[in-house]
Structures are given as C-alpha cells and as structure tokens.
Design a protein around this ligand. Structure first.
Ligand code: GLU
Length: 553
C-alpha cells in the first residue's frame, strides 16, 4: 500500500527542500516596526481604491519604522493585462507611495523575494509537498463538467454550493487510486482538506473592526491549479508568512475568506498574521451609495486625476481625510504639504465605506496648488501641459517667463490665491493674456458691458484710465480709479453707494468691471492691477483702443 509520502514524491519528484529550509532562508525580520504590503494583481490600471489601500499600508509601516513592500500577484495569468505591472509600479511612484522593497522595474529589491508570485512556484511547491505528505492536501480529478453538475445539483436542492464534505469526492480516494490516476496522465488540481464545520463559528481579530465572529470554513478549496500556479488563498498564506508580513491590510471583500486563511495558517503551524480589512470607497449615484465601479466611474482609475491636472499630492491629501477621521483637524493651522508628518492610527479609521467627494478633493487641491512655490508650480504645470494639454503647452512655449509671471499673480503674501483646483483650470482662465486668444474670446463671446451705462460714458472712462498705468503701486492705482469713478458720478465705494443709491450712477466696482471686461473679455479675472502690469502699457492701450472703437460704432 502506497503512502502520502509516495504520493508527494510522485507529484513533486524534483522537490527536496522543506518548510524548515524556507524558514531558514527567510528568517524573521530584524525590524521592530510593522511589515505591510501592497499586493495588487496586474489586471489593469491602478484603481483609486488600491491607491487608498497602499497608502494605508505605507502609513502603517512608516508610522512604526517598519517596512512596506510591493508584491505582484500574477497567479491568475488569464486575467493579466500587458503593461499592467509597469502601470502599477509607476503609479505608486507618481503618487509618492513608494515601497521600501519588493517588485520594481527593471529589478526588484529586497531579501524576501521573489516578489512576483509566478517566480515563487518552487516555494509553493515545497510547502505543498509537505502538505501532501501530511495528508492535508490531495489531488482532485474532477473535471469542470463534474463541478458544474455538482453545482446544479446543490442549487436544485437548495444546498450550500461548493466542494466540501460528502460532495468532495476526491478527498476519499485512496492513495493508490490517486497515484494510478496521476500515472495514467489524468489532469488534476490540488485541494486543501478542510477540517472545518460550517455550523461552528470562529472569532477573529480585525485591527479596524475588532472581534469578528464568522462561520468556519469547510470548503476544500483549490490550492494549486492545473497550470501549476497557486490560488490567491494559498499564495497569501505562504507569501505573507515567508515575507514576514505582520499586518495584512486589504479590502473588506476578503473578510469572507478569513476563516479559510485562518485555518491554513493553523494547519501550517504558521503564527497568524494580523489583519485589517479596509472599508470600500463608495460613490453617490442617484441618491444611493454604491461601490466605485471600474466601468462606470472614470475617477476609479488614478490616471483620471493626472489627466485632469490634479497634483498627485492633492489626491493623497484627500485620501488621508478618508484614512483617518482626525486628519483634517490635525491639518488645521499646518501647511497642507506637511501631510506626511501625520501619524496614522487604526482606531481613527471609519468602518463605513467612505464616500468619494470630488468637492473636498478640489478644496484640498486648491490648498496644495497655493502652497507650491512658483518654480515647483511652473515645472508641474509645464509637465502636465506637455503630456495632457496641448493648448496650454503652446502658450507656455511662446514665452516661459511671461507665462510664469501670469502664474505668479497674487501668490506672494500671506493669502495666496486659491482658484486652481487642477492644472486643467489654468488655460481657460489665462488665455486672455495672449493677444490672439484675447481677440478670439472677444469675437466668440462679444463684449458684454452692463447695459445700464451709456456707451459714450464707458468710452470716456476707458480712455481716462490709461493715465493710471504709471501709478507706483496697487493702492495708488485704485485711488486713481476712485477719482475717475467719482468724476463720472460713481460712488467711491459700495457702502457710500448703498447709503444713497439715487445720488450715483453706480460705484467704483462698476468702473473696475468696465476695465476688466475691456482687458480680459470677461467679468472674472485675476487681480486687475497685476494683470495690467503683465500685459504692459502698450498692450493695455491697444486693448482700450480696440474696444473703444467698437463702442462708438
Ligand atoms: N491580489 C489581491 C487583490 O488584488 C490582494 C489582496 C490582498 O491584499 O491580500 O485583491
């Protein structure tokens, strides 16, 4: 009669190493802090929810002087998308969630690799060989047709679906039978022989949710597929043990698999890792909360934020507001760019799926953009424009110094301007600085002065305002403007106007608006004084003449 050992040798004839050897090769780390990881599958783009998970994992490691590493989970090779590995690696770097070790391009780095699961086949096979020897893992020869029939039968009889107990046909094959079927060349997978009972509950600790009570696993899940690669469940247990992860931080969709993972850790005699299951990021849709959808929501892909010109830091700061409920309060009175000094804590993590709030992202992004020094801002905008905004890029390339001075309007001083949430907002609001663009704006939208005022009056005011250019500073410029206003029966300020509206044609704001419309083609613009000085005296006079000529037609 053949033994489990014979079976193991037939399945893994080339494997001599043991779990003990692996323990020596990947010893416990010399590190006091937490070891966390981000373990994406290379099946597409970097999802905003995954960026959130990796951010939390990085913060946990960083806050405890630990290690954060990247492991690529490519065992489902049918789902793998070409280029996805590169996208994930570069996405993390772009958003500053850079791993301390792990998978990288061109070379991974770290002592606990390989960090690409398909390169870890031998490690899985070593562990599996021992499990076969112990009778904890067995070959299953059921075809997909057999499994479909089983499912249909269970559905018809309203039974819990799956390969378990009496339905797990191959768990009762004798070793001799199994060996002869293998020797006959029958295809098979390896399954884990569960000892669990669905009627029993187990208690698990989750660092965010506390104690979770959940039914034991009783499924004999596949651990090695017919393509020779492990399934997620088995690879998770083996890798997180031998890479010496201390906290597995992953999405809450994995909670239901927890009993299986706990059972595997126990049966392998590996100390159980700590778990933290993160809430999902949600979205409001027609008044209802729902999961972020890869297909429906462009913002589920982090590239959405880059294409729209959000600085990567803005998204990270925004995600931090979801990560810990005390982050925003902590940030008050600090520079937003110091966000990295915040110390993460699991207890301040909310359990409700966080609602993704673009308005809040915009708010923080304005803060971020306002906090950049002008050179950083200029370089960021230039890079963005080169990649995503040809119109803006064309303007920048005409004269970088001129563009920089436009970008720098109202940025000095204690209250820098905060009107850009993303670089995409820049082009429409500054194109009037360029003469051809200005004429296009005037041509396309027309000049819409307040019809309350006579055209001849506007004409006169515009011509008089040319004298103000030489004013030495903004205060004297504005004083001059008030004088012109007053001369033409406009109140010097709104308060005076409001006290006796019938005494005036309007107030100084109405006069400023005439100039604004003349110089920019719009009622809204950056600071008028600074705008004028960037345009220069000749251009100012030329725009006045251009508009004035249309007024008297
Ligand atoms: N590859 C799994 C996923 O992308 C990882 C889950 C985990 O972090 O353990 O969902």
């Amino acid at each position: 009669m053949k033994t489990y050992e014979d079976l193991a040798n037939i399945i893994f004839p080339d494997i001599d190493e043991t779990i003990e050897d692996l323990e020596k090769k990947y010893p416990p780390r010399n590190c006091k802090g937490e070891v966390t990881r981000f373990a994406p599958s290379p099946t597409g783009f970097l999802h905003t929810g995954s960026l959130f998970t990796s951010l939390v994992s990085k913060k946990v490691a960083e806050s405890s002087d630990g290690v954060f590493y990247l492991r690529l989970e490519d065992t489902d090779q049918k789902r793998e998308v070409v280029g996805a590995k590169e996208t994930l690696v570069s996405g993390l770097k772009t958003f500053g969630v850079t791993p301390d070790e792990g998978f990288d391009i061109p070379h991974e780095h770290g002592e606990y690799g390989p960090y690409l699961q398909s390169n870890r086949r031998n490690i899985y096979r070593i562990v599996l060989k021992e499990l076969v020897k112990r009778g904890d893992v067995y070959p299953c020869f059921c075809s997909s047709d057999d499994l479909n029939k089983l499912r249909e039968f269970q559905e018809r009889n309203k039974m819990v679906p799956g390969y378990y107990g009496e339905f797990a046909k191959c768990r009762n094959l004798t070793v001799d039978e199994a060996i002869s079927r293998i020797e006959n060349g029958e295809p098979y997978v390896l399954r884990f022989k569960s000892h669990g009972d669905h009627e029993n509950k187990i208690e698990c600790e989750d660092l965010i949710r506390g104690r979770i009570s959940i039914s034991e696993n009783d499924l004999d899940v596949v651990v090695l597929k017919s393509d020779g690669l492990p399934t997620y469940h088995f690879a998770h247990v083996v890798d997180d043990h031998f890479m010496r992860t201390t906290i597995v931080i992953r999405g809450e969709e994995w909670i239901s698999s927890l009993p299986l993972h706990v059972e595997m850790f126990k049966r392998l005699n590996f100390p159980l890792v700590k778990y933290a299951h993160l809430p999902l990021i949600m979205k409001m849709d027609n008044g209802k909360k729902r999961k972020f959808s890869k297909r429906k929501d462009p913002e589920a892909n982090v590239s959405y934020f880059l294409e729209n010109g959000y600085p990567p830091v803005s998204l990270i700061v925004y995600l931090m507001t979801i990560v810990n409920s005390n982050f925003e309060e902590w940030l008050v009175g600090r520079n937003v760019l110091d966000f990295n000094e915040f110390k993460f804590s699991f207890s301040k993590m909310s359990l409700d799926g966080a609602l993704f709030d673009l308005k809040k992202l915009d708010y923080y992004s304005k803060e971020v953009i306002a906090s950049f020094d002008i050179d950083t801002l200029f370089n960021n905008v230039k890079k963005y424009a080169e990649q995503y905004d040809t119109d803006l890029n064309e303007l920048i390339n005409r004269d970088e110094t001129y563009f920089k001075s436009i970008l720098n309007i109202e940025r000095d001083g204690p209250h820098p301007r905060k009107d850009y949430a993303k670089y995409k907002d820049i082009y429409p609001s500054i194109r009037f600085f360029y003469r051809d663009q200005y004429e296009e704006i005037v041509r396309d939208s027309g000049i819409a002065f307040n019809p309350k005022f006579e055209k001849t009056l506007i004409h006169e005011i515009l011509l008089e305002s040319t004298s103000l250019y030489s004013c030495l500073d903004e205060t004297s410029w504005f004083e001059g403007l008030k004088e012109i206003a007053s001369k033409h029966s406009f109140a010097k300020d709104t308060k005076t106007f409001k006290a006796n509206p019938s005494d005036y044609l309007g107030h100084v704001g109405d006069v400023a608006e005439m100039l604004r419309i003349t110089f920019t083609g719009s009622r809204r613009s950056p600071n008028l004084y600074q705008t004028l000085h960037i345009l220069g005296e000749d251009e100012m006079n030329s725009r006045i003449a251009f508009i004035a000529s249309t007024l008297l037609k």
